[in-house]
Design a protein around this ligand. Structure first.
Ligand code: CLF
Ligand code: SF4
Length: 499
């Protein structure tokens, strides 16, 4: 357990001076057995999430607690963005779906069960699904996300099925705070409310975490940041989970809008701003590695984090699909992905070395339009999200992403969506794109955000460092004056899919 706790996890990306899971050496400062577990898990490795995909199967509809940020009509809000699950699956349907996706998306390496309720409130369906998949697709990593109430009862089963990655959503360790988040829990055929409910929940969560880490199972903690309720308290949560051997901490913004029909949505509880979220993540980073690339995905999501290909794999479609689960083909494809990944890291390291003599204390953010592979390969108008990197003389560090409305709307509503995009990346000095039209370019410049298209289809971090060096040079020569940017808005609600 200690070994895991001391390891530098995957929220730590290169350039910060700390080792990264995606270092050119392949393993950074992680023990080899940990590296094997995280190297192609898109949630446990920030570096991997540019290249590898995950899928969820929605086999777990029931829940044993109530969170004030969740409405049962929607996906599990602690592992999903709001939006109905398209279909609930039986374990057999789920197993077929996994094979269908694995045949089509060779870089899909992880199968997660994350709802739409709590997987451990549906243990028969959850473990049957894992059992079927471990037999038919043995190269796929198994991953589970839970609220933790029933966790201590299932730790041995989790270990028996080789489920090597478990996420527990822990929003508090103080029952007084918990009572403001959870109106009730259902345990041992009895409903508990208020502080008593929250006390039971936190005891089970922390005991479950200890039991898992004692068995060498990698644990990630998800926490929903709820301003005015648990925002300051999450620093204490961070210490508590680190001391119990958690590998990674993922502090996510509360998603709260009246149309979701949640208690928080209806009573006007706001989510954090981009600056508030980053400040909390930064303050916890000294204690532990922070995940910053979570997309709060659906309980039936398929694809790279940030893309959703679930519509390609509805039950009707997979029943008709010819399934060819080709293990060798998958491995060959993933070997190519690894080569691409190593080239990207080497390019970054080379460029980083040229920053060595710089003494500036300027730190700034830039936004990047990407479709994955660590490349600047998305058109501004087609971007559904922008990845955000922090640039300093220490290099380029991934610090988050901003979901946006598509700019290209077929000739309608572009001005309106541009306003929301500018609000979402308002804290950035520049936006890197593969291509951008004249209109949005002008408006971005007016808003003080430099559109940069000269690095189209090149590696993100290397390009960002090159641009940053020229920025510093312009500041030094007096051509520009460096100024801090303002705050940015975190988009609430569901993603608008590309047409
Ligand atoms: Fe799914 Fe969760 Fe496993 Fe990932 S998601 S069960 S650990 S495979 Fe990932 Fe999605 Fe964030 Fe979850 S981006 S919501 S952290
Ligand atoms: Fe909703 Fe998940 Fe909370 Fe259950 S644990 S109430 S499904 S957010």
């Amino acid at each position: 357990m200690q070994k895991v706790a001391e390891s530098k996890g995957c929220g730590t990306t290169g350039g910060s001076g700390k080792a990264s899971c995606g270092s050119a050496a392949g393993s950074g400062d992680l023990p080899p057995e940990i590296w094997e577990k995280v190297k192609n898990h898109p949630c446990y490795s920030e570096e991997a999430h540019h290249h590898y995909a995950r899928m969820h199967v929605a086999v777990a509809p029931a829940c044993n607690i109530q969170c004030n940020y969740c409405n049962r009509k929607y996906d599990c809000a602690n592992e999903s963005r709001p939006g109905v699950v398209s279909e609930k699956l039986t374990p057999e349907q789920a197993a077929r779906k996994v094979l269908a996706v694995a045949s089509t998306i060779p870089q899909m390496t992880v199968l997660g069960i994350a709802g739409p309720g709590d997987p451990l409130a549906n243990p028969a369906k959850t473990f049957k699904t894992f059992e079927l998949i471990s037999k038919t697709a043995p190269d796929i990593k198994l991953c589970l996300s839970t609220n933790g109430l029933a966790l201590p009862d299932h730790v041995d089963t989790i270990a028996r099925y080789n489920i090597d990655h478990v996420t527990i959503t822990i929003n508090m360790i103080d029952p007084e705070i918990g009572a403001q988040i959870y109106p009730w829990i259902f345990w041992n055929h009895k409903r508990y409310t208020g502080v008593e409910a929250a006390k039971l929940l936190t005891e089970h969560q922390l005991r479950g975490l200890e039991m898992l880490t004692e068995r060498g199972i990698l644990c990630k903690i998800n926490s929903v940041m709820i301003p005015g309720i648990n925002d300051k308290h999450l620093v204490e949560v961070n210490k508590a989970v680190k001391s119990r051997g958690a590998f990674l901490h993922n502090i996510m913004p509360l998603i709260s809008a009246p149309e979701h029909g949640t208690v928080f949505g209806l009573n006007g509880q706001r989510g954090p701003s981009a600056q508030e979220l980053k400040a909390l993540q930064d303050s916890c980073e000294g204690e532990m590695n922070m995940m910053r690339h979570c997309r709060q995905c659906r309980a039936d999501a398929v694809g790279l984090l940030g893309e959703d290909r679930s519509a390609e794999f509805t039950t009707d479609k997979i029943m008709e699909m010819e399934i060819n689960y080709d293990l060798e083909g998958r491995q060959a494809y993933q070997a190519l992905v690894e080569q691409e990944r190593i080239a990207k890291v080497e390019a970054k390291q080379e460029e980083l070395a040229t920053l060595a003599g710089e003494a500036s204390d300027i730190t700034l953010l830039v936004a990047v339009a990407t479709r994955g592979s660590g490349l600047i390969n998305e058109h501004f108008g087609h971007a559904k999200e922008f990845q955000v990197y922090e640039l300093s003389t220490r290099g380029a560090k991934f610090v988050g992403h901003r979901r946006v409305d598509l700019y290209c709307q077929g000739g309608y509503g572009e001005e309106e969506s541009l306003e929301t995009i500018i609000r979402a990346i308002n804290d950035c000095h520049a936006v890197f794109v593969a291509k951008i039209g004249g209109c949005p370019k002008g408006d971005l410049i007016k808003a003080g955000i430099e559109p940069v298209d000269e690095f189209a289809h090149e590696f993100i971090e290397k390009s960002a460092i090159t641009w940053f060096k020229s920025y510093l040079e312009k500041v030094r020569s007096g051509e520009i004056t460096h100024a801090e940017r303002g705050d940015a808005a975190i988009r609430q609600g569901a993603l608008i899919a590309a047409a």
